[in-house]
Ligand binder design. Structure first.
Ligand SMILES: Cc1ncc(COP(=O)(O)O)c(C=O)c1O
Length: 392
């Protein structure tokens, strides 16, 4: 097959995946992989899960309606989200960046009512690649080629509460955006207590708080949302990735009084929250509620113990690990990218979001057999680099 007709914005591995089951996936040559990346935190129920298959079957006769009409799976999904969040209203889109775009527009719409327009976001954060989300993503190599960006976005040092205070006093923002754990930034949790202090400070200053849960939300960190570790009430929560278990869906969830700043016609999406995506998302939420969250809690401990063992066995290569639930970063003392490539060759999918970090976002359904397989392959990989180092 000629692969040269795709616009080349991705650095792809030379592997063509063909089918999967659970946490396992095969390529077109029949080679087997344990998937500890899950389509970058998307395939929450793994591959070919019976719930997702049944959601596809349920949606068969009404895949899409447009948002000019009501449909029951969409109503049910928003009701379920309201139940899980204590009353937030939802607006459905198709991806993480679109969820953030909707949130940015809602913050600006609120800003109009109070004469403000500035939006703050944190150093090392990631909110997506469309122009609004990109303007909140202060990574020069992502931003510079596309300048000028959307005006009135400002970077604030992550984890530094006095820097936030200064920025609020200086820019009088209408909103601030934060990830509880910076996923693309290398799985970096915000320092304990920062989120609650930041939320209180921003709220007292009349600034809306948007928590980007695109990567951390929907069970990934062991709770419905990553911010729940800190007892805050964000004005806006954005979700995507794992919510659809592979179906593209994103959501902007807002407190009712905040959501009222959007008026009919202010935003929209042709596909957003269509019946197919809604059916699948309902299955993911039901799995989490009935068994998933408990399961993730157990597997989080298994993962953490496994990472501890790896660090213990390879102290010259592994500097540490961070994260929670089923979202982990392994900090290496050697370049991470060759480690990810070697793992792939040995049948394990992980990635390296930063030069010294291996990221693990396995399907939330992983079991001990999968973690054992991960451990065995990572040991072989680290052994290989250890020997190379000793030979050098
Ligand atoms: C925290 C966060 N926000 C937003 C996005 C963008 O999501 P998408 O790629 O679905 O547009 C990502 C993607 O990695 C993310 O991790």
């Amino acid at each position: 097959m000629d692969k040269n007709h795709l616009i080349s914005v991705y650095g792809r591995y030379p592997v063509t995946l063909s089918h999967g089951q659970g946490a396992e996936v095969w390529d077109e040559n029949g080679k087997h992989y344990w998937d500890f990346l899950a389509g970058i935190g998307v395939n929450s129920l793994g591959y070919h899960h019976e719930r997702i298959v049944s959601a596809f079957a349920k949606a068969q006769s009404l895949l899409h309606t447009s948002n000019l009409f009501w449909h029951n799976p969409g109503i049910e999904l928003s009701n379920k989200m309201a139940e899980l969040t204590g009353g937030y209203l939802s607006l459905w889109v198709n991806s993480g960046t679109e969820a953030n775009e909707a949130g940015i527009k809602l913050m600006r719409r609120y800003g109009k009512s109070v004469g403000r327009s500035a939006i703050l976001s944190l150093t090392n954060g990631f909110h997506g690649r469309t122009m609004g989300s990109l303007s909140a993503t202060f990574v020069p190599r992502y931003q510079e080629p596309f300048a000028p960006l959307v005006p009135d976005f400002y970077e604030v040092e992550a984890g530094n509460i006095s820097a936030l205070k200064e920025a609020i006093d200086r820019f009088h923002p209408c909103g601030v955006m934060m990830e509880p754990i910076q996923g693309e930034g290398g799985v970096v949790p915000l320092p304990r207590g920062y989120l609650s202090q930041a939320w209180k400070m921003a709220t007292d200053a009349g600034c809306l708080v948007l928590i980007d849960e695109v990567q951390t939300g929907i069970g990934r960190t062991g709770e419905w949302f990553g911010f729940q570790a800190e007892h805050i009430e964000p004005d806006i929560i954005t979700v995507a990735k794992g919510l659809g278990g592979g179906m593209p869906i994103g959501g902007m969830l807002a407190k009712e009084e905040v959501s009222r700043h959007f008026l009919p016609g202010d935003h929209g999406s042709t596909f957003g929250g269509n019946p197919l995506a809604s059916h699948v998302a309902l299955e993911v939420l039901d799995w989490l509620e009935t068994e998933g969250l408990v399961h993730i809690g157990k597997m989080a401990t298994v993962m953490e113990n496994t990472l501890r063992s790896l660090q213990h066995e390879f102290p010259d290569l592994v500097a540490g690990y961070r994260g929670r639930g089923l979202m982990w970063g392994v900090l290496l003392k050697i370049p991470a990218s060759p480690v990810a490539t070697e793992a792939l060759q040995r049948g394990l999918i992980v990635n390296a979001p930063k030069p010294d970090v291996i990221r693990l976002l396995p399907p939330l359904i992983i079991n001990e057999e999968a973690v054992d397989a991960f451990f065995n392959i990572m040991r072989q990989v680290l052994q290989f680099f250890q020997e190379q180092r000793e030979g050098a």
